[in-house]
Design a protein around this ligand. Structure first.
Ligand code: PAF
Length: 303
């Protein structure tokens, strides 16, 4: 396994690999790897000649009051997990490699908040903006977040040149946004979306679960329970999105302290809210339990 820090070296590596007729699979992450990432890496390794993992913590997708500074960066542990999953290349560029000339706040000086959502560094001007689908759901409370995600993934695709991109189903809105960007900007890459991996109590694995106490981790089982209750009610004939959303909220509110950011039944491609449930329904939620903002979703298809 090789660790590459330089954008140019990664591009040269991928170019040589393609010239040699090899396929490249790519799993973009921000590190702090868990079993959910491991499942993506395993699939990537099985389906490609070369598997590339990136662990760049992208400042452009964090808002000024979000957790960029305290976001976990256990690089040594990540390297071990990557080795176990037979990753060929870890791409771990610096902020300056990705956004040349960007004035980044020092990680040690937390008071200095030099970047804004949708980072506009001095030596880097371009940003990918998708409009409405990035403004719904998580985009409401995290303005600029999906522009930051789309921008960095566009850059990573140009740097890694993968044949296939592996994404986790847990980040449903991210998947919709990135698929749309890939289509709109004619990136030549296949997208594979892999199922959410859950703890035994149903909690979807996420790097941010580290912010939960043991008690909160137990309590967070209400999220998946609420999603399952919704599925059952829809399958039993309930067709009112409002009723489903109210029922889920009531179940989740049994846990204190929780703050429900949103619970919605939406169209799986446009993310627009549904009133009467029909076809394929994406049920999404974002809930804060303690210091952790948790997201989860399921899809229900009516025949
Ligand atoms: O899902 C993530 O970890 C990030 O949003 C991604 C796709 C790696 C972009 O920074």
């Amino acid at each position: 396994m090789r660790i590459i820090h330089s954008v140019k070296q990664m591009q040269n590596f991928s170019q040589r690999a393609h010239q040699a007729g090899k396929t490249i699979g790519f799993v973009p992450t921000m590190g702090a790897l868990h079993a959910g990432h491991a499942s993506l890496l395993r699939k990537c390794q099985q389906e490609n000649d070369i598997s590339v993992l990136s662990i760049f913590v992208n400042p452009a997708q964090f808002g000024p009051n979000e957790d960029f500074h305290k976001y976990p960066r256990p690089v040594k542990k990540d390297v071990l997990l990557a080795k176990k999953e037979k990753v060929d290349i870890i791409l771990n560029p610096s902020v300056d490699q990705m956004y040349p000339g960007a004035e980044m706040p020092s990680l040690k000086n937390k008071a200095k908040k030099a970047f804004q959502p949708g980072l506009r560094p001095t030596g880097y001007l371009t940003s990918v903006h998708l409009g409405e689908i990035t403004e719904r759901l998580c985009g409401k409370s995290r303005p600029g977040h999906f522009d930051g995600v789309a921008t960095v993934v566009a850059k990573l695709l140009n740097i890694v040149s993968p044949d296939t991109l592996y994404l986790g189903e847990k980040d449903a809105q991210q998947v919709v946004v990135l698929k749309r960007m890939i289509q709109d900007l004619n990136f030549s890459v296949n997208v594979k979306v892999c199922p959410t991996i859950r703890e035994l109590n149903g909690l979807a694995l996420s790097s941010r679960n580290q912010y939960l106490t043991d008690e909160q981790r137990r309590q967070s089982s209400v999220l998946y329970q609420a999603l399952q209750m919704a599925r059952k009610a829809i399958k039993a004939g309930e067709r009112s999105a409002a009723k489903i959303e109210r029922m889920m909220a009531a179940h989740i509110r049994r846990v204190k302290p929780t703050a429900i950011e949103y619970i919605h039944c939406v169209h799986p491609q446009t993310l627009s809210p549904m009133k009467a449930l029909t076809g394929t329904i994406l049920i999404v939620l974002a809930v804060k339990i303690g210091n952790a903002r948790l997201i989860d979703n399921i899809t229900v298809t009516l025949r």
